[in-house]
Ligand binder design. Structure first.
Ligand SMILES: [Zn+2]
Length: 335
């Protein structure tokens, strides 16, 4: 799918680069077998944020998933490292392991209790999103009549800043994202959101949002899901168009990848998805049969396309991972 074969030189460049994937699309459930993480490690990814829940689930389900995933990662320390600090990421890289921490998509997981942010942080959550498509007690969703960030939501931003959790604006509406950005004293990210100028979808983000994120020193993770890139279009050249737009708007130093890659899992999730179809409203392509994903195996092809387009090696290294690492170094506490 690339414009040219990948040279040995570029393969070596990719292998030596630090690769950060800001969001996995693994369906969060305690029964999921996380051996699927090998899809990332074996394709050169060094760090992955794995979500343990979204607003559709009740908080007990999120906690059970977090417990199961922590146990899995800790029990497989020959390949995985539970990364709470930057030094853990450095160790993982040195030892050819995948560094993993967790994210939660939506503040319903707090059950209205601000102190739960501290608990999640203690258990390995290093990135949190405020809503999952629909409004909740903290924030407004991208598929809802966005009511903005509430007082509770503002208190959460401040607590996340204090503790060292990355503030993530994906899945919220425009107004809420701007509220979060003005409240946060630290860089913020859109971990897995594409520019709406290239593909108009309510999950995607406007140039205003991208610029506001960049002004905080943050980064936008390009999402590899076909319905957010185009009409179920996962071609590298399409992803490149999204990257080029953000690069022209704010510069490559504010670009990363949050591929949202959804590997095949052996857990039947149809019941939970069918229980709340309102989280994926009609007219947004969620009912597309066979939604495609540009996943970790496509990153090398992406690097090839970026090099062909004339991006420099330092720029590509930044986009592959160093930009998100910079954000983490400014947000996470290193102890
Ligand atoms: Zn998501």
């Amino acid at each position: 799918m690339s414009s040219s074969p990948v040279s040995a030189r570029l393969q070596e460049f990719y292998r030596e680069s630090f690769v950060w994937d800001a969001h996995a699309g693994i369906f969060p459930d305690p029964k999921v077998n996380l051996s699927v993480l090998e899809d990332w490690r074996s394709n050169g990814v060094n760090y992955l944020s794995v979500n343990v829940g979204f607003d559709v689930m009740d908080p007990a389900h999120v906690m059970a998933t977090l417990a199961a995933y922590r146990r899995y990662v800790l029990a497989h320390n020959d390949r995985l490292i539970l990364a709470g600090r930057l030094v853990d990421i450095a160790h993982a890289r040195d030892e050819d392991k995948l560094a993993v921490s967790f994210d939660i998509e939506g503040m319903k997981a707090l059950s209205g209790d601000l102190d739960m942010v501290d608990v999640y942080h203690a258990l390995g959550v290093r990135q949190m999103l405020f809503a999952y498509n629909l409004n909740n007690v903290a924030a407004g969703g991208c598929h809802d009549n966005d009511s903005g960030l509430t007082e509770f939501g503002r208190a959460i931003v401040r607590r996340m800043n204090d503790l060292g959790i990355i503030v993530d604006c994906s899945h919220v509406g425009y107004r809420t994202s701007m509220d979060i950005i003005s409240e946060s004293s630290k860089p913020v990210v859109f971990s897995h959101s594409n520019p709406t100028v290239i593909w108009a979808h309510e999950r995607n983000i406007t140039d205003d949002q991208i610029k506001a994120c960049a002004r905080t020193g943050g980064a936008v993770g390009i999402n590899g899901m076909g319905i957010f890139l185009g009409e179920n279009d996962t071609r590298t050249e399409t992803m490149l168009r999204h990257v080029c737009h953000v690069a022209e708007l704010v510069g490559t130093e504010h670009i990363g990848f949050g591929l949202d890659f959804t590997p095949q899992i052996d857990v039947d999730v149809t019941e939970i998805l069918a229980s709340r179809p309102d989280y994926w409203p009609a007219g947004n392509l969620y009912d597309t049969p066979g939604i495609g994903h540009a996943g970790p195996p496509q990153l090398l092809d992406m690097v090839n396309a970026l090099a062909d387009r004339g991006f420099s090696e330092p720029e590509i290294r930044g986009m592959l991972g160093e930009n998100f690492l910079r954000v983490a170094s400014q947000v996470w506490k290193n102890s």
